[in-house]
Structures are given as C-alpha cells and as structure tokens.
Ligand binder design. Structure first.
Ligand code: CMP
Length: 136
C-alpha cells in the first residue's frame, strides 16, 4: 500500500561542513521527495541528547550527541509517496561501508558516526522528529 507521508531528514555536521547539502537535496528531488521545510541550525548537546533519546542505552550515545551538536546541521521535512521508506532507501545502510551503490551514504559517508545524514525510521518517529525541529 502506498500513501503520502512526511519524514525528517538531517544533513549532519560532516556533510554540511563539506558543502554537500545541495548535492544531497538533488537525491531527494530526483526520487520524488519534495522538500517542504528546511533550516540550517546548530543544536546544543542537551538538544541532541533529547533528539536521540531512543538510543540512550547504547554505548555510542554520548559520542553521537557530541557529534550532532559539533557543528551546523540542515534539517528538512520531506514529503512524498512512502517518504519514510523511500528516504531510508536513498540514504543507504547506517554504516557507509555497507551502503548500496547509488545511495547518499555510499557516496558521501565517512564512517558510521560521520554518515552524513539521518532519516526517521517509522511513522511514529517521523511525527516526533518533525515536531522536535518544527514546532510552530
Ligand atoms: P542515525 O541514522 O542518525 O541514527 C543514530 C546514529 O548513531 C546513526 O545514524 C549512526 O551515525 C550512529 N551510530 C554510531 N554507532 C552506531 C552503531 N553501532 N549502530 C547504529 N548507529 C550507530
């Protein structure tokens, strides 16, 4: 079944620093994901910790929060048919070493930490993550 969904995308500090935001946006547009909202911001470590709270028991949590708050990021709401799954397909596997050819992480990812991009993994998390960055 297909349906129009919204999902959250984050261009992470490693990719913003290398000026890759426009290149990454091309992947979304080519794959019929519309960019509905977009802003460049920097989050504090506390905000990063709140955003990634689902990972709080993981050994990499502290490193992850330090990293997300280490420099500017670009957050976007993407919209399209099956946007959540589509976005994750376009991003590729979490670890760029395992990412499929033609994906964003294969092309730009540096490591599992500096993997250039984040995307919501479920309808429920997409809603929460969009609200986190775009409370009106
Ligand atoms: P992201 O999709 O933003 O979600 C959580 C992030 O944790 C993930 O991308 C990776 O950058 C990072 N991370 C670091 N180590 C791991 C790991 N072992 N497994 C999953 N994610 C990890």
């Amino acid at each position: 079944m297909s349906s129009v969904e919204k999902t959250l995308s984050i261009v992470k500090p490693d990719a913003v620093e290398r000026n890759l935001t426009e290149n990454i946006k091309e992947y979304f547009l080519k794959n019929n994901l519309k960019i509905v909202k977009e802003k460049k911001i920097q989050v504090s470590k506390d905000e990063a910790a709140e955003f990634y709270r689902v990972h709080q028991t993981k050994p990499f949590y502290d490193r992850l929060c330090n990293y997300l708050s280490s420099g500017p990021i670009t957050v976007m709401i993407l919209e399209g048919e099956n946007a959540i799954k589509e976005n994750r397909r376009i991003m590729g596997a979490t670890d760029p070493k395992n990412a499929e050819d033609g994906t964003i992480r294969k092309k730009y990812g540096i490591s599992i930490d500096k993997n250039s991009i984040h995307g919501s993994d479920s309808v429920e998390n997409a809603k929460k993550e969009i609200e986190f960055f775009f409370k009106n």
